[in-house]
Design a protein around this ligand. Structure first.
Ligand code: ASP
Length: 594
């Protein structure tokens, strides 16, 4: 037997018992005549003691050969510790070892296996099995496992059934780029890995499953921005015979349950904000509402006073930063302006107004505006003495985006984004279509299966080009602390409307039939009204733990180049495999036979 107990469970009550433990050597302290060793496993750390006096010479010598990360088995007696450690649950006891067996020696690990490690990202990924021994990373995986379990519990309780959908499916050009898999049995043809089970879950509704969910891997071959993974996990859900309202309530219920059952947090009811409001008030469709600094539009007050930058702008809009007038010197403002002018943000300039303690105002545009004017701005922005107003102008969409960046930066600087302060909201009424000026075509804002709002259906079927820009969808996002946690929609379940949508998205009839004929065909055999949502599971894990990176919640993540550096994938494949697949490469350095 390897163990009678694990390394996290022995307490005072066990004193006097003979126990056997197995685990990894965390570290040893050798005092010459005595030696203490921390033995670690997933459950905790237990201190072992070897002494010259009580152990045999042979045992004591053997203990001295133990290195970090050796795998050992010991037998000994639980005794009370003379100097207790109240930082760990086993800190009242230690084990006086009578037998030691080295199960496996270990090379010196390339980085410290401790809560804080000295290992850089690459090293940690290459030796992920060592990184995963670290407590914080283990806790993340344990959390993730728990969250999945609680998700299943809740949804099963609501009558959802978990159905697996295929990973080898058909490639379609809409959305992100597909990962493809060559088919040996059908030379020259390829499967695609699903970007999401979207069409399958809709088919399941046509099939009468009523309530479906799946905790499922999705694959998107996108250029990896920070914190994106080519394969990631969704809690994917679909329901039949539901309105948007019922879906929001169901998944608000799930979210509240998950927060309560895993981290003990009580979430407030989720406010709902239209997409238009979110853009107007925060310049973002995923506003972080943990703090204020909402946008105030100033066109009516700031234009036609001779300041040509504002006069020629489509939008003049600002935020009020509370209490920062005195904290921001001219130098600080200059720095902030330069930060806003970086190409990533691209603001032309930044106007500031300081609301002085004595009730006067000092601005960077004093030449054009009287004290009275500036007071008007301050009043509209709800500013008080001591506040700092920051104002941008220009083309509406761009300016809002820029001000969103500034607002978030100020929120960060002022410490207003508290990790364990959870502020969820639903953003609703997204536009159905988005016109891309460069490509001269419409894109689906959510995806091509999203339904317009009931009152927009006729306009969508009969309206002109301009009308299409203003259609609203029954589409919604769940946003928590500025992160998009989930998104979904009511779907089109009518063939004619679906055909119309494909046409608007630039599909020919043949292309639509070729790629989605199966779905439109299914719509002709009694498709119920339906809708659903998918949660980003990895992101949910990180947000719930107040962390920014999803990587630490994924056991074996890819790096920024999309590589798994532990197993060294992707990699070339053997010429024989290529031949079988009837694939010829013309990539020079492929490594495969030509
Ligand atoms: N399939 C969608 C997505 O992956 C979610 C949904 O509409 O349910 O974003």
């Amino acid at each position: 037997m390897y163990r009678t107990h694990n390394c996290g469970e022995l307490r005072k009550e066990n004193i006097g018992q003979e126990v056997t433990l197995s685990g990894w050597v965390q570290k040893s302290r050798d005092k010459g005549f005595m030696m203490w060793t921390d033995l670690r496993d997933r459950y905790g750390i237990t201190q072992l003691i070897f002494s010259e006096e009580k152990s045999s010479q042979e045992l004591f010598e053997k203990a001295r050969t133990l290195g970090r990360e050796f795998v050992i088995k010991i037998t000994g007696t639980v005794i009370e510790r003379t100097s207790k450690n109240d930082k760990i649950p086993t800190g009242d006891i230690e084990i006086e070892v009578s037998a030691l067996e080295v199960l496996n020696a270990a090379k010196l690990p390339p980085f410290t296996i401790d809560d804080d490690t000295d290992g850089g990202d690459d090293l940690r990924m290459k030796y992920r099995y060592l990184d995963l021994r670290r407590r914080p990373v283990q806790n993340n995986l344990i959390f993730r496992s728990n969250l999945a379990l609680e998700t299943r519990k809740y949804l099963a309780g609501e009558n959802f059934i978990e159905v697996e959908t295929p990973f080898l499916i058909k490639s379609t050009p809409e959305g992100a780029r597909d990962f493809v898999v060559p088919s040996r049995m059908n030379p020259g043809q390829f499967y695609a890995l699903p970007q999401s089970p979207q069409t399958f879950k809709q088919i399941l509704m046509v099939a009468g499953m009523d309530k479906y969910f799946q905790i499922v891997k999705c694959f998107r071959d996108e250029d990896l921005r920070a914190d994106r993974q080519p394969e990631f996990t969704q809690i994917d859900c679909e329901m039949a015979f539901v309105t948007q309202e019922e879906i929001l309530n169901t998944f608000e219920g799930l979210t509240k349950y998950l927060f309560k059952s895993t981290i003990g947090a009580d979430l407030p009811d989720f406010p709902r904000m239209t997409y238009d409001d979110a853009m107007r008030r925060y310049g973002s469709d995923k506003p972080d509402v943990r703090f204020g600094m909402e946008f105030t539009e100033l066109n009516d007050l700031a234009q036609n006073k001779g300041f040509v930058v504002f006069d020629s702008a489509e939008l003049v809009v600002g935020i009020c930063v509370p209490g920062q007038a005195e904290n921001y010197s001219n130098k600080d403002i200059k720095k902030l302006t330069e930060w806003m002018q970086r190409p990533q943000i691209g603001a032309k300039g930044l106007v500031n107004v300081k609301c002085n303690a004595d009730g006067t105002f000092k601005s960077s545009v004093d030449k054009f505006y009287s004290q009275e004017d500036l007071k008007g701005w301050a009043d509209k922005m709800g500013a008080e003495a001591g506040d700092l107003l920051l104002i941008l102008s220009g083309e509406t969409d761009k300016t809002r985006k820029q001000l969103n960046e500034l607002r978030l930066e100020m929120g960060r600087k002022l410490g207003l984004m508290k990790a364990n302060d959870f502020k969820p909201l639903w953003v609703v009424d997204f536009p159905l279509l988005e016109w891309d000026e460069d490509a001269q075509r419409f894109f689906a804002m959510h995806h091509p299966f999203t339904s317009p709002k009931k009152e927009d259906v006729q306009r969508m079927l009969n309206g002109d080009h301009e009308t299409m820009k203003n259609l609203r969808a029954d589409a919604y996002d769940l946003v928590i602390n500025g992160s998009e946690i989930g998104g979904g929609s009511i779907r089109i379940h009518d063939r004619v409307l679906q055909e119309r949508n494909f046409k608007l998205l630039g599909f020919t009839d043949e292309e639509a039939e070729d790629q989605f004929g199966f779905l439109m065909g299914a719509f002709e055999y009694g498709a119920p009204p339906h809708g659903g949502i998918a949660f980003g599971f990895d992101r949910l894990c990180s947000v719930m733990n107040g962390q920014n990176s999803i990587r630490d919640f994924i056991a074996f993540p890819k790096n920024n180049q999309g590589r798994d550096v532990m197993i060294d994938a992707p990699s070339a494949i053997a010429g024989e495999q290529l031949k079988e697949l009837q694939i010829q490469l013309n990539v020079q350095e492929s490594g495969g036979e030509k």
